[in-house]
Each structure stands twice: as structure tokens, then as C-alpha cells.
Ligand binder design. Structure first.
Ligand code: NAI
Ligand code: 15L
Length: 270
């Protein structure tokens, strides 16, 4: 991106996490100042960075965090299936605080890290577009579904544009057969986030985040305006992954798109 089209101040939540560390580096050329935030310890600020610790469950702290920012990439929160009370704090309260901060401080674009677990109880092999029924596979997936609803509401009511990325599995490499389908390389993730930040007129767009893998469960035709064209594929990892023992075909983790998340819990929290 040319310097004159850089985002003046870009907020990145979840900056200490797996994807946050990747995007903190790869988004830096697209922002004059990148404000990195997390509840966990982060690397010190480099040139052109601000590091602001913040608990997303703290409304006043998030309001101060968002002040002065021009766009937000919201990765922060619980990223796996956990007891509802944990998901409530980090994800449900957290995404509300982010959108309220955006409204109060005039932020016009949010990229929300949603998840394939919004649709995790659809069968593996079924091809879904972004208009399909959501079938969350746990409290975590429900929180991401809620986040997508917040994104839609804040566009309809307040004109804040969002892209909700239903990320598949974004890791250095796919770890199992399911991830041969759901894998999103870090390069393709960065491309998708940049397109989501810079494409004009997105309203609220839901897009699936996966590389150009051989087999697909997700169809992005209704999100074509984002211009997301992945360059990577999981094929190079297929021999290594397929050397693993075959999974039980009757296991719910093999039957449903959400994999192991569909059988997490219940959690006894009383
Ligand atoms: P991660 O767990 O490594 O990072 C999440 C970060 O959020 C952590 O650094 C954590 O300290 C922070 N966080 C948690 N609760 C917080 C709170 N109350 N206040 C402030 N910060 C808090 O997860 P990862 O893999 O980096 O994922 C980033 C985002 O993308 C998450 O929202 C996750 O749900 C989503 N995602 C990731 C996928 C993947 O394959 N890596 C797939 C689908 C969605
Ligand atoms: C997610 O939503 C998680 O954040 C990530 O840790 C992976 O488990 C991923 O989905 C996946 O489904 O592989």
C-alpha cells in the first residue's frame, strides 16, 4: 500500500496471540501507527507502534483504547471452546465494547476475527456460502455469531462498516485431515485482512478465510467484492498429514465441520 493510503492509526487487539504476532508485523506497512493491545504481555513498541495493555471486558479501558484510532482489527478474546463465563467476558462483552468504542470515537471500519465455528455443526463436505444458516458448535462459536450480529447492527444503525472473517485454521501448517480443507496460510490471512480494511463499500460482509486448498467447504462468491484471491494451498502438507492414522468415521469430530470443538464440554462451573 502506498504511504498516502496508509491507515493513520490502526488498532490491533489480541496482539500477543498467535495471529496477533503475525499481523502486528505484516500489517505494519499498512498503518502509520499500529496500536497493539492485549491483556497478555507484548513485545515492546517499535518505531511506528504503540503498545497498550487492555482487558476487553473493561468498557472504560476499551473506550480509551479505541480513542484516536481510524480502523480496528479485532482478534482479542477467548479463541477456543471454554466455559460460558469466560467467553462472556472476553468475547461477548469484549466485542460490544469494541463496537461502542468505534461508535463513540468515529471509527468507520472494523475487521472482526469470526470463526468457522459459527457454522461448525454443518456436516463436513457440505459447501456453505455466507448466507447459510449458522450452526455454532459451542459457546465460543455462539460468541462469534454474536459478534457478527453486532457488526451487522452497528452498520445498519450507525454506518460502521465491518468484515467478519470466518477464519478456518490459521497456523504455520495444517495439523490433521480436517485442516487440509480449513487451512489459511499467514500470507493469505494478511492479504484477506488488508482487503477487508481497504475495500470500499463493504457494509457488513461475511467472508470465509481459507487458502486455495484442494477440497472446499466454503464458497466466497457473495464476498467477491473483497478481491480475496489466496495464493497458498495445503497440498504441500498432504503427504505428512495423510501419514497419520485414519480417524473414526463415526466420531462427531470427523462428521462435522467444527471438528473436535463439537464435542468439547460440557463444563461444570458451579
Ligand atoms: P490466541 O488465543 O493466540 O490469541 C487471542 C489473544 O486474545 C490472546 O493473546 C489473549 O491474551 C487475548 N485475550 C483473551 N482474552 C482477552 C481479554 N479479555 N482482553 C484482552 N485480550 C484478551 O488466538 P489466535 O489463534 O491468535 O486467534 C486470533 C483471533 O482469531 C481470535 O479471535 C480467534 O477466535 C480467531 N480465530 C483464529 C483461528 C485460527 O486458526 N488461529 C481460527 C478462527 C478464528
Ligand atoms: C478457531 O476458531 C480457533 O481459534 C483455532 O484455535 C482453531 O481451533 C480453528 O478455529 C480451527 O477450527 O481449526
Amino acid at each position: 500500500m502506498a504511504p498516502e493510503t496508509r491507515i493513520p492509526r490502526l488498532l490491533l487487539t489480541g496482539a500477543a496471540g498467535g495471529l496477533g504476532q503475525v499481523l502486528r508485523s505484516s500489517l505494519k506497512p499498512h498503518a502509520t501507527i499500529l496500536r497493539a493491545s492485549d491483556i497478555a504481555p507484548m513485545a515492546p513498541a517499535a518505531a511506528g507502534e504503540e503498545v497498550v495493555p487492555c482487558n476487553l471486558a473493561d468498557k472504560a479501558a476499551v473506550d480509551a483504547l479505541v480513542a484516536g484510532c481510524d480502523a480496528i482489527v479485532h482478534l482479542g478474546g477467548v479463541s477456543v471452546e471454554r466455559p460460558f463465563e469466560e467467553v462472556l467476558e472476553g468475547n461477548i462483552r469484549g466485542v460490544f465494547h469494541i463496537y461502542e468504542g468505534a461508535r463513540r470515537h468515529g471509527v468507520k471500519r472494523v475487521v472482526f476475527a469470526s470463526s468457522n465455528h459459527v457454522v461448525g455443526f454443518h456436516r463436513q463436505g457440505e459447501v456453505l456460502d455466507n448466507g447459510c444458516a449458522r450452526r455454532p458448535d459451542g459457546y465460543y462459536g455462539i460468541s462469534k455469531s454474536f459478534g457478527e450480529d453486532m457488526a451487522q447492527f452497528y452498520f445498519d444503525r450507525h454506518g460502521i462498516e465491518s468484515v467478519s472473517i470466518r477464519i478456518g485454521s490459521s497456523f504455520p501448517e495444517p495439523r490433521d485431515r480436517r485442516m487440509l480443507v480449513t487451512w489459511l496460510s499467514y500470507r493469505d490471512l494478511t492479504h484477506l485482512v488488508v482487503q477487508s480494511l481497504t475495500t470500499p463499500g463493504v457494509g457488513h460482509t461475511v467472508v470465509y478465510g481459507m487458502s486455495a486448498n484442494r477440497d472446499i467447504w466454503w464458497d466466497n462468491r457473495h464476498a467477491a467484492h473483497l478481491g480475496f484471491s489466496p495464493l497458498d494451498t495445503s497440498e504441500a502438507f498432504r503427504p505428512k498429514v495423510e501419514a497419520q492414522p485414519l480417524p473414526d468415521p463415526a466420531d462427531p469430530a470427523t462428521l462435522f465441520q467444527g471438528g473436535g470443538f463439537v464435542k468439547a464440554g460440557p463444563f461444570e462451573t458451579l
